[in-house]
Design a protein around this ligand. Structure first.
Ligand code: ZN
Length: 113
């Protein structure tokens, strides 16, 4: 009786209780099933993606790189931005602030060199 209970405890300790760890579908490594290691699916609260953060970021980056090699995609993106720039005053202001900020950072870097 006692030995069985002990055996169950040891196995569950070895395997770690299910639901607490999650195996990444891309790299196959197990991580704690938390938002620290996995992105949320954004569909249901608490629902995590199947791939870990590192794999998902790599995937997104690779996807973006692939898309950016497509001239049509870049053209579409430019058009989209341009349209938004002229139709969304808040976005326009943000763009202007951003470019001012970038110019300032550039000037600062120059000074430090
Ligand atoms: Zn992974």
């Amino acid at each position: 009786m006692t030995s069985i209970a002990m055996a169950i405890r040891t196995t569950s300790k070895k395997k770690e209780p299910s639901g607490l760890t999650r195996t990444c579908s891309a790299c196959g490594k197990a991580f704690p099933a938390t938002l620290e290691y996995f992105y949320s699916t954004g569909r249901k609260p608490g629902q995590l993606r199947g791939d870990c953060k590192a794999c998902h970021s790599a995937l997104v980056a690779a996807d973006l790189r692939r898309k950016y090699q497509d001239a049509e995609y870049r053209k579409g993106l430019r058009k989209q931005r341009k349209e938004r720039y002229w139709s969304d005053p808040a976005y326009r202001k943000r763009c202007q602030d951003d470019s001012r900020e970038r110019a300032r950072a550039r000037a600062e870097r120059k000074r430090e060199e």
